[in-house]
Design a protein around this ligand. Structure first.
Ligand SMILES: [Zn+2]
Length: 363
């Protein structure tokens, strides 16, 4: 789901730790991961300068990270990474080959296509995700190619996905208005900061139906928004428009050629049946995708810090974190230029502030 502005994230252009980010994230432990992303907030203009606990945490974490890497070469993917992704790749493209032989009847065609699609999704989960962090190969271009190939069955543009994954989600996990993964949408309330509607009391029941649509939404709508909408200029910063568009359209052509063009060309099934198979198996992939994501985000308690940029001007300064940081309260406009957004504005503490939004969650 898309649509929310990302003013706070716009100030992340060229952060100092950019090159080291993937190595940090390569630690791979979920709990550490959440803590780390919050620390990156401190490192990246959204500062909690008055929160002693944050400063102490940052110090401890930096010390621990330095100790962890002291004297160690930064390694890239080992054989386990290649074996895992290789299994999914063999399963997915083995199923694809079976489909294209043209000997299957309609039912088995649908079932084998589902295997092709689901295993393809898992290629994206394993090789694709890690390649987006540039952890598979030493060379950036090799990671980019692996990411491209790994997302071919999924259909979500890998370059744009990688940009928002690294520049938004990992750095601003759960930060309202900055973590693109919890953007507001009309159907599901993903953060306590989102407005509550009466029908949200039923979202636990209808959420799976919404999840079924997420992949198609991303492929046919979300990607275009991220490519074209000026609100996401901050996300595309540093990538030339020519490269962005060339890779975007090259990828989309590759995806549709693989998923629709080849089956239509090499089998006798009707356009309607191939399209039905594409969308119905894609919906099951989307559900699987969300369930796998949710499964890795179970916490007994979750913080949803609100970026100071999005905090209403009427909200007073933090009362728990005196002395309060100075600065002009208010919002950075939706259409603000990147240059304007890079002007650092002092930020009050969100984690210990009385106005923070905190929720206990078993999701
Ligand atoms: Zn990641």
């Amino acid at each position: 789901m898309s649509g929310a502005k990302k003013p706070a994230a716009a100030i992340i252009a060229k952060p100092a730790f950019w090159g080291a980010e993937s190595r940090f994230l390569g630690l791979g432990r979920p709990a550490r991961f959440v803590l780390l992303t919050q620390t990156l907030l401190v490192m990246n203009n959204i500062r909690f300068t008055n929160a002693q606990a944050e400063q102490a945490f940052l110090h401890d974490l930096k010390t621990e990270v330095h100790q962890h890497f002291a004297g160690r070469p930064i390694a890239h993917a080992d054989w386990r990474f290649w074996a895992k992704g290789g299994c999914w790749f063999a399963l997915s493209y083995g199923a694809c080959a079976l489909l294209l032989l043209g000997h299957l009847t309609a039912g088995p065609f649908w079932a084998v296509y589902l295997v092709f699609n689901l295993a393809g999704l898992l290629i994206g989960f394993s090789w694709g995700h890690d390649a987006s962090h540039s952890t598979a190969f030493r060379r950036h271009w090799a990671n980019q190619w692996l990411h491209f190939v790994s997302f071919l069955t999924v259909g979500i543009d890998p370059l744009l996905w990688g940009l928002r994954h690294l520049r938004s989600h990992h750095i601003y996990a759960n930060v309202e208005g900055s973590d693109i993964d919890i953007d507001r949408n009309p159907f599901l309330r993903l953060s306590p900061a989102h407005p509550w509607r009466p029908y949200h009391r039923y979202q636990a029941w209808y959420a799976p139906l919404v999840y079924l649509l997420t992949l198609a939404h991303s492929v046919f709508w979300g990607d275009w928004v991220y490519l074209l909408h000026p609100d996401y200029e901050w996300m595309r910063q540093g990538v030339g428009r020519g490269q962005l568009w060339l890779r975007f359209f090259g990828f989309k052509v590759g995806h549709f050629a693989l998923m629709l063009g080849l089956p239509l060309w090499l089998t006798d099934f009707s356009v309607g049946w191939v399209l039905f198979t594409y969308f119905s198996t894609g919906a099951l992939c989307a559900l699987t995708f969300i369930i796998m994501l949710v499964g890795t985000h179970f916490f007994l308690e979750a913080d949803y810090p609100t970026s100071e940029h999005d905090r209403p001007a009427t909200v007073g300064p933090c009362t728990n974190c005196a002395p309060v940081a100075t600065g002009t309260p208010g919002k950075v406009g939706r259409g603000s230029s990147a240059a304007g957004l890079t002007a650092t504005r002092p930020i009050t503490c969100s984690r210990t502030c009385a106005t923070r939004t905190t929720a206990r969650s078993t999701r």
